[in-house]
Ligand binder design. Structure first.
Ligand SMILES: NC(=O)c1ccc[n+]([C@@H]2O[C@H](COP(=O)([O-])OP(=O)(O)OC[C@H]3O[C@@H](n4cnc5c(N)ncnc54)[C@H](OP(=O)(O)O)[C@@H]3O)[C@@H](O)[C@H]2O)c1
Length: 283
């Protein structure tokens, strides 16, 4: 089966392609990217495919049977972009689309992200093309990206309060995508994928403190205060507000899940928080 991966030059896409190479012959893998020059190191066939240019999509999907549609990072424009991919896949005769959605897309309080994913899920179901939905939870890296700043500032800031976060490493989600793409029995299914062991931001701060030997407490702010703090670190105000709203969603439980579907798919526990913190401290 010829398998294509969109967003293949992105962080998740690269991990997927590299894992897939150990499971299927490289000439069965097609990396679909916006800028082919960015993907020459992947070691697989690379085709130009821009979500906003339907003609490139249909051409790029020629001969493809299985498609991993990695959601676009163009928040606010994604549903239309994904629709272009689904329509092109249908025209090109793709037999199966696996889509990276978002944890609890139907009930999440993080509506700024979940609405578009729900729209794409609906489009997929209406397309008539067999599909599998991977509702990916939060990447642990979203939080560990703040580790260097927290160590430098002596405090971990957020507005997630005591919300439990069941994040997993990007690599875990990539492995799950590969497991699904290379095995049978997933058509029509929706998986809620998340880390095995939930933590609060206080627990994350305690882990950073343990590993660095410094006292780095978690300081909980209101959403508005946290947005202001993020803007103070240089984020554009609307992005700072959006990021702070994710923490409010976490406080409301939207990043929590204890069904362990991710570790079942990959056949081992998800990456422990301590490992992700250690990786962030090494970087
Ligand atoms: N679960 C989470 O915590 C979480 C966090 C962040 C994002 N996400 C979602 O998961 C996706 C994958 O995560 P990631 O870390 O790999 O993100 P990423 O590194 O930002 O990769 C996103 C990819 O989307 C591609 N893309 C954007 N617009 C496109 C277009 N018009 N046509 C074709 N490709 C386009 C980008 O292409 P270029 O390389 O050409 O820019 C990039 O390769 C994200 O796009 C986002 O939807 C999830």
């Amino acid at each position: 089966m010829m398998i294509a991966i969109t967003g293949a030059a992105g962080q998740l896409g690269r991990l997927v392609v590299n894992k897939l190479k150990s499971k299927v012959p490289v000439d069965h893998i097609v990396a679909l990217v916006r800028t082919p020059a960015k993907a020459t190191d992947l070691g697989v066939t690379v085709r130009a495919a821009d979500y906003t240019q339907p003609d490139t999509l249909e051409r790029a999907l020629s001969g493809v049977q299985g498609l991993l549609l990695i959601s676009s990072n163009d928040v606010g424009k994604r549903a239309a972009q994904h629709r272009n991919v689904i329509e092109a896949a249908k025209k090109a005769g793709v037999q199966w689309i696996v889509y990276t959605s978002m944890l609890h897309a139907d009930t999440s309080a993080i509506k700024a992200l979940s609405g578009e994913h729900l729209d794409t899920e609906a489009d997929l179901k209406a397309s008539g093309v067999p599909y599998t939905i991977l509702r990916n939870g939060w990447y642990t890296e979203n939080y560990t990206a703040s580790v260097p700043g927290a160590v430098a500032g002596g405090v971990f800031l957020g507005s997630a309060d005591g919300g439990k976060i069941s994040s997993a490493a990007r690599a875990d989600y990539a492995e799950a995508a590969v497991a699904v793409l290379t095995s049978e029995g997933h058509e029509g299914k929706t998986y809620e994928l998340a880390g095995d062991k939930a933590y609060t931001l206080s627990e994350l701060a305690a882990e950073i403190s343990r590993q660095t030997g410094k006292t780095i407490p978690y300081k909980n702010l209101s959403e508005a205060e946290y947005a202001k703090a993020l803007a103070g670190f240089g984020l554009p105000a609307p992005v700072a507000q959006l990021y702070a709203s994710f923490d409010t969603g976490a406080a409301q439980g939207s990043l929590f899940e204890d069904g362990h579907q991710l570790s079942r798919l990959i056949g081992h526990s998800t990456t422990p928080l301590a490992t992700s913190v250690a990786d962030a401290l090494k970087a």
